[in-house]
Design a binder for this molecule. Structure first.
Ligand code: B12
Length: 210
């Protein structure tokens, strides 16, 4: 698969180049969301190199830093696109998982499509999802996870929502690198979303927004 120069700069851990390319693209008027997707493709390259033992944990940590810095100039542009709110989504990365880039993209993309986001952050306690649903009256819940070892935490968080008698009130969307339809089935969620955009489509369907 061929990668864009920006994705490659992230994949090759070329921080200055990645930041310059993002600024150039913004100056040329490229949509912030498309630029964000290229940064994400760069992180996928890093993940692959990590898997193949070409990169180690230090490179993983450095790539996270590059992603944050290169993505920072996009935030204002992404926020500007936000329309009025159609519904509320409680969102978090499940307990024992601290990966937040995917979750943050979901928050940004949902907000810019008119869905109010209550972002609980990372390593979210099961009960915190329950409390946030009660407080916000949300009809949507989004759970993210990047580690196969936390599927049981995702399942337990959904069980906590069931135990609180809130399961019928909410549609639960899940996503993150290792998540698929089999995970959705295992944890008892309603929709598996491969991308943040899939999440928006599912959320709009639930809220009856075209
Ligand atoms: C960056 C990174 C880190 C950073 C995280 C920084 C941060 N602030 O997030 C750091 C260095 C901290 C890290 C730590 C670890 N990591 Co890590 N990490 C990654 C890496 C390279 C990229 C992840 C990423 O940010 N991707 C980009 C985002 C944008 O993509 P995404 O999350 O998939 O999200 C998109 C979609 O999935 C979807 N989505 C995601 N969530 C949701 C939710 C909803 C509701 C919806 C609708 C959609 C949706 O929308 C997003 C946008 O489209 C991956 C490799 C990979 N291939 O994923 C490894 C990876 C996830 N890490 C891994 C590991 C093992 C670890 C550590 C255990 C390493 C260690 N030995 O300590 C620790 C775990 C710490 C913990 N307890 O959580 C493994 C997991 C293996 C497994 N099978 O579980 C991976 C796959 C690397 C590998 N190939 O081995 N990591």
């Amino acid at each position: 698969m061929s990668h864009s120069p920006l994705a490659l700069a992230v994949g090759d851990l070329e921080e200055d180049k990645a930041i310059t390319l993002v600024l150039d693209k913004l100056a040329k008027g490229e949509p912030a969301l498309a630029i964000l997707e290229e940064l994400q493709a760069g992180m996928a390259i890093v993940g692959q190199r990590f898997e193949e033992c070409e990169y180690y944990l230090s490179e993983l940590i450095y790539s996270a830093d590059i992603f944050k810095k290169a993505g920072a100039p996009l935030q204002d542009e992404l926020a500007r696109c936000a329309p009025k709110s159609f519904g509320t989504l409680v969102l978090g990365t499940v307990k024992n998982d601290i990966h937040d880039f995917g979750k943050d993209i979901v928050a940004t993309v949902m907000s810019s499509n008119g869905i109010k986001v209550v972002d609980l952050g990372v390593n979210v306690e099961h009960q915190a999802f329950v409390d946030a649903i009660k407080e916000s009256g949300a009809t949507l819940v989004g759970m993210s996870c990047l580690l196969t070892t936390v599927f049981d935490d995702m399942k337990a968080a959904i069980q906590a929502i069931k135990d609180a008698g809130l399961r019928d009130q909410v549609t639960i969307l899940i996503g993150g690198g290792p998540v698929d339809e089999a995970t959705r089935d295992y944890v008892g969620a309603d929709h598996y979303c491969r991308t943040a955009q899939d999440g928006v489509a599912a959320a709009k369907q639930v809220l009856g927004v075209s």
